[in-house]
Design a protein around this ligand. Structure first.
Ligand code: AOS
Ligand code: ZN
Ligand code: ZN
Length: 403
C-alpha cells in the first residue's frame, strides 16, 4: 500500500472515538444469576476511573455513556461536577441512556402505556435526562423502550404508536440545537408478542417525522438471526439517519457479548458500509460537534457476566478498531472497477483481501503514535489496576443490569 494511503488510514483510525457504556463496568448478569466480581465500581466516579484505564491503554475510548438512574452522580446529583471529574481524567460524558423499564409502574409499558399518568411519569424522566445532558454537555439522548405487549389483543397496536409519537415529539422539542435523540429498536424482549419499536423501519419512520435531530440507533444484537445489518447501515447512512451503534456480539438473541467476538466478519462488513457512507470522514471533533452534523456514535452496549470487565472492554474496543482498520484497507478503486465490470469474484476478493489482512501491527503503531500502548491487553495486565481495585473497592454495590 502506498505510504500516503497508510497515513490516511492511520489518521482515520486515530480520529475514531469508541464510547464505552458505564453499565459494562458494573456487575451484570443473566435472568438466572448475577455473578458479583470483586473490585467493580461502587460509584459512577469509579466507573469513570475504570474507563480512564481503557482510554489510557487504547487511546480511542475517551467517551463514556451514562445510564440514568444507575449513574446518579451523588447525593446532590451534580452532573456538572461529574463532567469536570471526567474531564480531569481525560474523558467526556457521552450518550445519556434513559431508563423507563425498571419500575413497577412500567409493567405495561412507559411512553406507550395505556394510562396517561404512567406516560407522564416516563416523559418526566426523559425530560430529566435532557436536563442532565445540559449539565454534562452530552450530545445524544439514547432511547430504548421496553414497551410492547405479550398477548394478542392486550392493547391497541396503533394507539400505542400514537402515544409513542406524542412522547417522542415532546422530547424532540426539548432538545437544543446541539443535541439529538437516537431511537433504538429491538425485535423482542421483554415484550414477546408485539414490540413498539421492533425494527429500523419503525425507528426510521418516527425519526423522519421528528426531524434532523432524531436518528436511528442500531444495536447489533437486536435483529432476527440472519438479518443483513450492513444493508440497514448503508440505507440509514444514505438517508442521513444513522445516529449511533450499540456494538455487541450475539449468537442467539440479545446476548450482549464482547463486540467482534462472535462474528468479526459481520463487524467488518458493517464498518465497511460505515466507511462507504462517509461515516469515518472528518475529524473526531467535527463528527462530535452538533445535533445536525454527520456524526455516527460508535458505542458499545454489552455486559461482562463471566469475564473481567475492564480488559473485556479493552478487547471490545480493539475488536471494533480491527474491523475499522480492515474496512479502511478495502481498495475502493479496485472494488469499483470490478463492480462496474460485473466481475463478481474479483469484487468479492477485494473485500476478502482486506478482511484477511492482519491489521494488528498497524494498530499497534497507531496506538503508539497516540501515546497509548501497542498491546493494550498486556499493558493492562501489567499495570496492577485489576489487583488495586480488588484491594481498594470494598463494600457497596452499583445498580445495573440484573444487579
Ligand atoms: C436493551 O436491550 C438495549 O440494548 C439498551 O440499549 C441498553 O442495553 C440499555 O440502554 C442500557 O440501559
Ligand atoms: Zn442497546
Ligand atoms: Zn440490547
Amino acid at each position: 500500500m502506498p505510504e500516503q494511503d497508510v497515513a490516511a488510514v492511520k489518521t482515520a483510525l486515530k480520529s475514531q472515538r469508541i464510547e464505552t457504556p458505564s453499565w459494562a463496568y458494573g456487575n451484570s448478569g443473566t435472568r438466572f444469576k448475577v455473578f458479583a466480581q470483586a473490585g467493580v465500581p461502587r460509584t459512577v466516579r469509579e466507573k469513570l476511573d475504570d474507563a480512564a484505564r481503557v482510554q489510557r491503554h487504547t487511546g480511542v475510548a475517551p467517551v463514556v455513556a451514562l445510564h440514568i438512574p444507575w449513574d446518579r452522580a451523588g447525593a446532590d446529583d451534580d452532573f456538572t461536577a461529574l463532567a469536570s471529574y471526567a474531564a480531569d481524567k481525560g474523558l467526556r460524558l457521552g450518550a445519556v441512556n434513559a431508563n423507563v423499564f425498571q419500575e413497577d409502574a412500567y409493567k405495561l409499558g412507559s411512553v406507550a402505556h395505556p394510562d396517561p399518568a404512567v406516560r407522564r411519569k416516563a416523559l418526566d424522566h426523559l425530560m430529566e435526562c435532557v436536563d442532565i445532558m445540559d449539565a454534562t454537555g452530552s450530545r445524544d439522548l439514547k432511547l430504548w423502550f421496553a414497551d410492547g405487549t405479550n398477548y394478542p389483543g392486550q392493547d391497541d397496536i396503533r394507539a400505542r404508536q400514537d402515544r409513542l409519537a406524542e412522547a417522542l415529539s415532546a422530547v424532540y422539542e426539548r432538545l437544543s440545537e446541539k443535541q439529538r435523540l437516537v431511537l433504538e429498536y429491538k425485535l423482542f424482549e421483554p415484550a414477546f408478542y408485539s414490540t413498539d419499536v421492533p425494527d429500523w423501519g419503525t425507528s426510521y419512520a418516527h425519526c423522519l417525522k421528528l426531524g434532523p435531530k432524531a436518528r436511528v440507533c442500531v444495536d447489533t444484537g437486536h435483529h432476527a438471526p440472519g438479518t443483513n445489518i450492513e444493508f440497514i447501515v448503508a440505507f440509514l447512512l444514505r438517508e442521513g439517519k444513522l445516529g449511533a451503534f450499540d456494538f455487541n456480539s450475539r449468537f442467539y438473541a440479545d446476548d450482549d457479548l464482547m463486540a467482534g467476538a462472535a462474528d468479526p466478519f459481520q463487524l467488518f462488513r458493517i464498518m465497511y458500509e460505515v466507511r462507504a457512507g462517509g461515516g469515518l470522514e472528518g475529524t473526531a471533533e467535527e463528527r462530535a460537534a452538533e445535533g445536525e452534523g454527520p456524526g455516527v456514535a460508535f458505542m458499545l452496549d454489552q455486559c461482562h457476566n463471566i469475564e473481567p470487565k475492564v480488559p473485556a472492554i479493552i478487547r471490545s474496543v480493539m475488536n471494533v478498531q480491527e474491523a475499522t482498520a480492515k474496512a479502511l484497507l478495502v481498495d475502493r478503486e479496485a472494488l469499483a472497477a470490478a463492480q462496474r465490470a460485473g466481475d463478481v469474484l474479483t469484487a468479492n476478493g477485494v473485500l476478502m483481501d482486506a478482511f484477511n489482512t492482519d491489521v494488528r501491527p498497524l494498530l499497534a503503531d497507531v496506538r503508539e503514535e497516540l501515546g497509548a500502548d501497542r498491546d493494550p491487553m498486556a499493558a493492562y495486565a501489567a499495570s496492577g489496576w485489576a489487583e488495586a481495585i480488588v484491594r481498594e473497592r470494598v463494600g457497596g454495590e452499583q445498580a445495573g443490569w440484573g444487579a
